[in-house]
Design a protein around this ligand. Structure first.
Ligand SMILES: N[C@@H](CCC(=O)N[C@@H](CS)C(=O)NCC(=O)O)C(=O)O
Length: 218
């Protein structure tokens, strides 16, 4: 039996689920997945019982239930400090937490205009001006981090919490054909090539087409 359980939603549409799942993978946690369809009323009732915030991803470990991706990241970092979910230096850890928080609470235009949809590809997609400002801010964050760390990940040679937080943005940029400078494009290529991302993407592509269109973040 696995050490922990992670409850997630769709792998094609669930951007928060992807973040939580990647965090567990990066931490090296022995976990099993429990995939729930959140549009199913019985599943929603079950989630309500299991998670006070009624949200997934939700991690259950040693009788402790943790929901919300930032709380999951902090919990995993305490549990598996050797995994390096947070950068080693205090200044880098502060920036990592700040940009992860910015991703967690911001970029609402990007989220609504470019919802995660791994299976889809829209060449030449016209990005709305409101979402463009979010994209520009994300590119600035990535460029600053990559210049400071030398890459290939935001804080150096191993992926950390911030990379997991931005991973669904990488898939959105590819889905919606967002043009990027060479450094950011190389960062996206590196994230997509991570074995855990490949595993998630393969599972997302194998999901049945249940939702024809999604105009809210999931
Ligand atoms: N801020 C939360 C967001 C989680 C979230 O919005 N999860 C969505 C699905 S990925 C959810 O559970 N929505 C409720 C529902 O669909 O019933 C986090 O960091 O985990």
């Amino acid at each position: 039996m696995a050490e922990a359980t992670l409850t997630i939603a769709s792998k094609n549409y669930g951007s928060w689920s992807l973040r939580g799942w990647l965090l567990c993978k990066l931490a090296g946690l022995d976990f099993e997945e429990e995939q729930s369809r959140s549009d199913d009323p019985s599943v929603r009732a079950e989630l309500l019982l299991l998670s006070p915030s009624f949200l997934v991803p939700r991690l259950t470990h040693a009788g402790i239930k943790v929901w919300d991706t930032l709380a999951i990241a902090e919990y995993l970092n305490e549990l598996k400090p050797e995994a390096g979910l947070m950068p080693a230096g205090r200044a880098d850890r502060a920036v990592c937490r700040a940009i992860s928080g910015e991703m967690h609470s911001g970029f609402s235009n990007l989220r609504s205009a470019l919802p995660m949809n791994i299976k889809a590809h829209y060449p030449g997609f016209k990005v709305w001006a409101g979402a463009r400002a979010d994209i520009d801010r994300i590119v600035t964050i990535w460029r600053d981090c990559l210049a400071g760390s030398g890459g290939p990940y935001l804080f150096g040679n191993r992926p950390c919490m911030a990379d997991a937080m931005f991973a669904p943005v990488v898939t959105r940029f590819l889905t919606y054909d967002v043009g990027l400078d060479p450094d950011c494009a190389a960062y996206c290529t590196g994230i997509m090539a991570m074995p855990a991302m490949q595993e998630w993407i393969a599972a997302a592509k194998a999901e049945p087409d249940e939702l024809e269109e999604l105009d809210v973040e999931f």
